[in-house]
Design a protein around this ligand. Structure first.
Ligand code: ADP
Length: 405
């Protein structure tokens, strides 16, 4: 039994084919730069990566290429399309309508279309992925797994902005939060690693990738998270500014001559690590350059970690205690220096790293706190695709005993 996981963006389609009995992805890849001259296919089976420049005019031909590659005699992993028993789609925004993953019926697709104004860049591309995948795999269940649903358990005091209430009612202006699938997976794995029921644990998840989310999880439920109405709110990120006084936007609009779209792009694409360092949004580069004495990179690193430290303090207070601090995603999993800079000075909260264990470079789930730490500090490599597979099987009613627990 195999499940196809699809993450369809505006210029790329990422895919994974997950084998349920083997409990692993047997193939994964991306068709990228769709509609550009330098479009390509990258397809990976085990450790073998196959990359090819190939014309991909649109998403339709992108999906054709993916399915043909999966069926290809040399590089493929299935002999017939009917080997795929279900498709799980990553959908960016479920608004307040969706509190869990759901079967993609016509009604559901219509509801997601209505949410497009909340996610004008992502949801249309995600929906295009749904219709193209349904064209090629019309007889299997297609399931939507939203990035927002996990945070739907936030109470109104956490998700509302202090605007006149009618703006929430009329325009759905509220905090939604993102990276929910990652936070859900990571919090479950952390509880397993600790050997404790998730219902008894208070955790802070630090999802530190190009996008950054902190989430406060009480008993397995999200009670607060750092991203808001859009992914722009919250922490400093690769290219996003994160929290900023909205007054800055009015000031820039009146004084700089920038248009609203230019300010949007400034805050989303030119700020964060890139904006402060002036060099890169890549944390590896920032750390290397900071170590070489580059002051802008040092400042970017200091700002990035200081802001996370502040949010940890706030979320420990919101949770009323803390059992586990969990690091995940590209930076969280791989940068001992970032973890160290975040944790240093938080000993008063019971957060104390084992500096030696923190520096070990491993890819496994692991505990990195010291013996005197009352808070368990944990690294969990995220696996959103696995979460999408589990949801897809369960929503499609295909769960069997082969599933990982
Ligand atoms: P996304 O999925 O949001 O695009 P990722 O979770 O892949 O992002 O994380 C990307 C980030 O992880 C980049 O900033 C990259 O520099 C950083 N990263 C990856 N490996 C390391 C490492 N060894 N040390 C520091 N940062 C790393």
């Amino acid at each position: 039994m195999k499940v196809l996981v699809v993450n369809c963006g505006s210029s790329s389609i990422k895919y994974q084919l997950y084998d349920i009995s083997a409990q692993r992805a047997v193939a994964k890849g991306i068709v990228g730069n769709i509609g550009e001259e330098d479009s390509y296919l990258e397809h990976q089976v085990d450790e073998q990566v196959f990359r090819q420049a190939i014309p991909i005019q649109n998403h339709r031909s992108g999906f054709d290429i993916i399915i043909n590659t999966l069926l290809n005699k040399e590089r493929g992993v299935i002999s017939e399309i009917s080997d795929v028993c279900a498709v799980g789609h990553r959908i960016a925004h479920g608004g307040s309508d969706f509190t869990e993953s759901t079967l993609l019926t016509e009604d559901v697709v219509k509801k997601i279309e209505k949410i497009i104004p909340l996610a004008p860049l992502h949801n249309p591309a995600n929906l295009l992925g749904v219709s193209e995948a349904k064209r090629l795999l019309p007889d299997v269940p297609h399931v939507a797994v939203f990035d927002t649903t996990f945070h739907q358990t936030m109470p109104p005091r956490a998700y509302l902005y202090a605007l006149p209430y009618e703006y929430y009612e009329k325009y759905r202006i509220r905090r939604y939060g993102f990276h929910g699938t990652s936070c859900r997976y990571v919090s479950r794995q952390a509880a397993k690693l600790l050997g404790k029921p998730i219902e008894n644990l208070k955790m802070i998840i630090c999802h530190l990738g190009n996008g950054v989310t902190l989430a406060a999880i009480d008993g397995g439920k999200s009670i607060d998270t750092s991203m808001g109405f859009t992914p722009l709110e919250g922490l400093m990120m690769g290219t996003r500014a994160g929290d900023i006084d909205p007054g800055v936007i009015f000031h820039l609009y009146r004084e700089s001559g920038l248009s609203i779209d230019q300010i949007d792009s400034l805050l989303n694409c030119e700020s964060g690590l890139l904006g402060i360092s002036g060099i890169s949004n890549d944390m590896r580069k920032i750390v290397d350059e900071a170590n070489n004495g580059n002051e802008s990179c040092q400042l970017a690193l200091d700002m990035f970690t200081y802001r996370i430290k502040k949010y940890i303090g706030a979320y420990a207070a919101a949770l009323g205690g803390l059992d586990a601090l969990v690091f995940t995603a590209g930076i969280g999993e791989n940068s001992p220096l970032v973890r160290e800079k975040i944790c240093n000075g938080l000993e008063f909260l019971g957060i104390s790293l084992d500096n030696q264990v923190n520096k070990n470079i491993e890819e496994a789930e692991r505990i990195i706190s010291g013996k005197d730490s009352t808070v368990q500090i944990i690294v969990i490599p995220t696996d959103e695709e696995q979460m999408i597979v589990l949801d897809t099987l369960s929503v499609a009613g295909l769960t069997d005993q082969d599933l990982p627990d």
